[in-house]
Each structure stands twice: as C-alpha cells, then as structure tokens.
Design a protein. Structure first.
Length: 456
C-alpha cells in the first residue's frame, strides 16, 4: 500500500505545490488585530483540506483565534499520534526588505518565498497532504492521527494550555509529532529531540529624577548607565561562564554517547561564522560550538535602551536605562530557581546610588528532551531517511518550545520534531522561504512515518 501512496504523492506534486501557494496567500498574522478575519480564514482553509479527504474536523473557538481539531479515526493498530502545528504567521515588520510581496508567494531558484512558508504553513501542510494521500489510496490512515492546528503560536499560544486541558481526553495520544524545526544543513535532514528552557528578564535602573548635566553633576551621583554596565558584566566571567550563584548546580550533562554523537556531526565553524557575518565565534570555555548551542545553558543581553540616542552628542547623566536579558536553560534547571537567583545576583551587583527594578516577561519555561529509543522515534528516523533518501541525524535546538513540557505534563506523551526546512530559511525575517524539494520530501516522510509506525 505504501508504494501506491508514494505514487499518489508523486502524481500530485504540482497540485500540492499549488495548494501550498494558496495557503500562503492568506494573511493570517495573529498579532495584528486588522488581520482577525484573515486569520479565521486560515482556520477555515485548514478545515476544508481535511474535509476534502474525509477526515472529521472541527474549528474550536478560543478567546482570540480558533484552533482546528481533526481526527482520522482508528487505524490498523492501537497507536495514536497527535500532529501539532500552527496556521498563524509572523508580522512583516519592514516590507522594503522583501524582494517579493510576502503574501504573494513566488518560486525562485526552487524555493517558495512567502511569509509562513517554513514557519509553519509549509511544514504542517506536509502532514495534511500525506494524510490526504493515504485517504485517497486506502480510505484510512494506518494509525490513528489526531490534529491540533492552532492560530496563536506566534503570539505565545495564550489559550492553548487551557484548550489542551479541557480537551485532554479528545487529544489523548501515544506520540506528538511537530514539524516546526529545521534540518541540520542543506544536505542533512534531522530530527530534533530537545529544546532549551527560557527565563526572560528586564532590568530597569533609575537615578536622578530627570536627565542632568554630566559636567555639573558627574562624579557626585550614581550614573544608571554605568551601573547597568556594571550589573551586566558581573553576570559572566572571562571564560563566558554565568556567575549567578547556583546557575549550574542542576545542569544535566549530556551522556557520553550523546556527546560523542554530537561530535560526529559535520559542522564547519568558519562557514558558520561567515554565514552569521561575525569575525569570530565565542562561548563557554571547554565546550564545542554545537554543545554550547544545544546542551549548555546561556545568558544573553537582548536589548539595551536609555540615555541619549540622537545624532551627535548630548552630555547627560540619564535618569533611566534598561536592559532585556534572556537565559536559555537545559534539562534539570528549574526556571523558578534560576529566576530568583538572577534577581538576587542583579540586586547584589547594583550600586547603592541607584534604584533597580526587575521584571519577568512571559512564563518561565523548562527545557525538554525526548527519549530517542522509542518506537515512534525509530519510525521517524526511518521515515525521514526514506523521504529524503538520506539518513537523518539527531539534533537538539537552542530555542524554546513551551508547548513540549506542557504536552508532556498534560497528555503524558513525548514529542518527535520532524523538521523539513533549512536552518537559514529566514523564519520571522524578510524573504522567508521553503525549498520546494524539501516540501515534497517532507510529504513523503510524513506518509512513510505513518506506515513505519503501523508496522511496529
């Protein structure tokens, strides 16, 4: 049967590409209130795709944008998969940086350029089209697949946790599959098994009641700008290790076999630096670049603001300055403990001549690592190998997906991240793209995954 499914996918290649372009024309920017109707249109479009191949589907309202829930019904064995994705997209920000209109998809050099092409419309559509191929050929999927496709991922999924708790029986599953990550590089497919956690802070330092003359008052009062620099530099040492007391206490070190596996990945540091436009790489001493990206915790300044920002000079002592700082966490680090330790370290480093306030942004999130020895993971590895005609590698991701620990906590299921786009696909940036060949390899991989899982 799998051969007929693959034949159907190949025969409908052009139609599937056209379907992708149709999906990408929908301006489903979830953060933009003026796009509310078009975001709803995105949900309606997804429902139509399920209905056209005979999979039952509902649009479930939330306080903001709706979710799409679908269910293929029972398969040939008792395994159930929940496919998660999102139909909403990031805003455009600066239209002048786009070579073609972001909601008028254009294929150039074998790539589809449009907002949402890789994140996440193109990737989630691979699974929908794989299901369609199975339904058209066999009138059923080989395993039961439930679908949860939301419209608020790009605004932090504010209503997803409540929906999952309310619909936990309906969403019960053995595995969760997500395609919202990337390949290792242009030639190497990958399955991601871990993501970092996140603690995000804002430090505000205030001094005099208003900006004052640095000549008249310099050397007599605390300068919030100087104080903020002192605070930030105190958080890391010369070896790029975070100095917050207890920061590394609970860090889970990668097992020797995992560290060996990561060391075997083909990674060119010079090419990596060149692709980012930096003169040299930097990070925690004693670890490789890949280890620092994926398995070691980090602390970074995300923004600095305050004081004079205009052209030329203005000799002032600013009344107020601020910085945004994020910490990416690894397994066994407790976000609340790290959050509290950060606050204490900042206040301890602050001069008595200024006032310091610390704000926590968003919800602190734990890291997530999935087991790599399950039937689901083995099926995914073999499926991607067949879909891309090349064995995939197992990788971690330096970013954060709060839904993963939440899925594990509420549904008790682990997540398998099958990423089909390139790591430099410009997700969230101008000229986002998805290789057409990777799109179709993703459809084949998604179809093979159901076949391989049913065989176990």
């Amino acid at each position: 049967m799998i051969d007929q499914v693959m034949a159907y996918i190949d025969e409908h290649r052009d139609e599937f590409t056209a379907r992708l372009l149709e999906f990408l024309r929908i301006k489903s920017i979830s953060t933009d209130a003026t796009c509310k109707d078009e975001t709803r249109q995105g949900a309606e479009w997804v429902r139509t795709q399920f209905e056209r191949c005979g999979i039952g589907c509902d649009i479930v309202p939330t306080p903001r944008h709706p979710c799409v829930l679908a269910d293929s019904g029972s398969g040939s064995n008792g395994t159930t998969v929940l496919l998660y994705g999102h139909y909403d997209v990031q805003p455009i920000i600066d239209l002048s940086l786009w070579k073609s209109p972001p909601f008028e998809p254009e294929i150039r050099d074998g790539r589809v350029f449009a907002r949402g092409s890789a994140d996440d419309k193109g990737q989630v559509l691979t699974h929908m089209l794989a299901a369609e191929a199975w339904m058209k050929v066999a009138q059923r999927l080989p395993v039961r697949v439930k679908y949860l496709i939301e419209g608020e991922e790009e605004i932090g999924s504010p209503n997803l946790a409540d929906l999952i708790r309310e619909e936990s029986d309906r969403l019960a599953c053995d595995y969760i599959v997500i395609s919202d990550t990337a390949k290792l590089d242009e030639n190497t497919p990958a399955i991601t098994y871990g993501t970092k956690g996140l603690v995000y802070k804002e430090i505000t330092v205030t001094g005099p009641a208003n900006d004052v003359h640095s000549g008249s008052f310099g050397g007599t009062i605390g300068n919030p700008g100087n104080a903020l620099c002192k605070i930030i530099t105190s958080l890391k040492d010369s070896r790029n290790r975070v100095t917050i007391p207890g920061f590394y206490k609970d860090v889970r070190k990668p097992a020797p076999d995992e560290r060996q596996r990561l060391s075997r990945l083909k990674f060119n540091e010079k090419r990596y630096a060149k692709s980012l436009g930096v003169p040299a790489l930097e990070g925690e001493a004693g670890y490789s670049t890949i280890e620092r990206r994926w398995v070691r915790p980090t602390l970074d300044v995300n923004g600095l603001f305050g004081g004079y920002q205009g052209p030329g000079s203005s000799t002032i002592i600013p009344a107020k300055v601020a910085a945004k700082v994020s910490m990416r966490l690894v397994p066994d680090q407790d976000p609340e403990k790290i959050s509290n330790a950060f606050d204490k370290a900042v206040l301890a480093a602050a001069p008595k001549s200024v006032r310091v306030q610390i704000q926590t942004h968003g919800t602190n999130c734990s890291a997530y690592v999935a087991p790599t020895d399950t039937d689901g993971m083995r099926a995914a590895l073999l499926a991607v190998q067949k879909g891309f005609n090349k064995r995939p590698v197992l990788i971690r991701e330096g970013g954060t997906l709060p839904i993963l620990p939440m899925f594990k906590k509420v549904l008790g299921a682990d997540s398998i991240m099958m990423g089909f786009c390139l790591p430099n696909c410009n997700a969230h940036g101008p000229n986002e793209f998805f290789d057409v060949s990777d799109f179709h390899a993703g459809i084949r991989s998604a179809a093979y995954f159901l076949h391989e899982l049913a065989s176990r």
